[in-house]
Design a protein around this ligand. Structure first.
Ligand code: 13P
Length: 253
């Protein structure tokens, strides 16, 4: 089964507009000159989205927001709605990143509502989840991940999954330099696909891209991405330099 392959760079709270434009100019020069077997996405912070979209208007590189609000509009100071994103040409949004869950207390129920709001705006959702170190050590990682997916997404109709990409990001591997082994990633991704299959059937599960995130770098990307159920990556630190990010994308040469 040939699934979409995706390499997405989550910039988190890094890069001002000048640094961001320099980065995407460097990436576009390489990516648009060649045919990689993966879609490439960058995810700048809200304030830099419009500038990056405009810089990439003739590029194959896609742009995702890192978050959005679940409401349509109104008195929500400091928040950004889905329609504000689509109005500036954004087509994708990351929802449920572990930093949003852990630092900003975003619950499964809130993330389900954010997913609904994103889909209502025809945004593609990169839905993130993953277990803590304690949860893996106690052997609960499969149950934790199953529950995050069920609570965040299993209220959706099967057809909604055309606009869903999953990202498994074990919290213990994010920004720590410690990566899940290719076998650990494969084992979890196969589990995730089985859970989706049991609920929605093979037609949905087989074509659903499942990305891995957590300390992916040029030296380990190819091996992780070579696993059958790993359809690319969500990259943090190594997405901030042209050379590093290209070193990861070139796994899909
Ligand atoms: P690192 O690649 O820096 O570990 O971050 C992963 C991540 O959280 C991407 O969303």
């Amino acid at each position: 089964m040939m699934r979409r392959k995706i390499v997405a760079g989550n910039w988190k709270m890094n890069n001002d507009i000048n640094q961001g434009l320099e980065l995407v100019k460097g990436l576009a020069k390489e990516i648009d000159a060649k045919n990689y077997n993966a879609e490439v996405v960058v995810s700048p912070s809200f304030v830099n989205l419009a500038g990056v979209v405009s810089e990439l208007k003739d590029s194959k590189i896609g742009v995702a927001a890192q978050n959005m609000n679940e409401n349509v509009s109104g008195a929500f100071t400091g928040e950004v709605s889905g329609s504000m994103l689509t109005a500036i040409g954004i087509e994708k949004v990351i929802i449920g990143h572990s930093e949003r869950r852990a630092i900003y207390g975003e619950t499964d129920a809130l993330l389900a509502a954010k997913t609904d709001a994103a889909l209502a705006n025809n945004l593609e959702v990169i839905f993130c989840f993953g277990e803590l170190l304690e949860e893996r050590k106690s052997g609960n990682h499969f149950d934790v991940v199953t529950s995050q997916i069920e609570k965040g997404l299993f209220h959706l109709e099967a057809s909604a999954f055309d606009k869903i990409v999953l990202a498994y990001e074990p919290v213990w591997a994010i920004g720590t330099g410690e990566t899940a082994s290719p076998e650990q990633a494969q084992e979890m991704h196969a589990h995730i696909r089985k859970v989706v299959d049991a609920k929605y059937g093979a037609a949905v599960a087989d074509k659903l891209p499942i990305l891995y995130g957590g300390s992916v770098k040029p030296s380990n990307a190819k091996e992780i991405f070579s696993k059958e159920d790993v359809d690319g990556g969500l990259i943090g630190g190594a997405a901030l330099k042209v050379e590093d990010f290209m070193g990861i994308i070139s796994a899909f040469e």
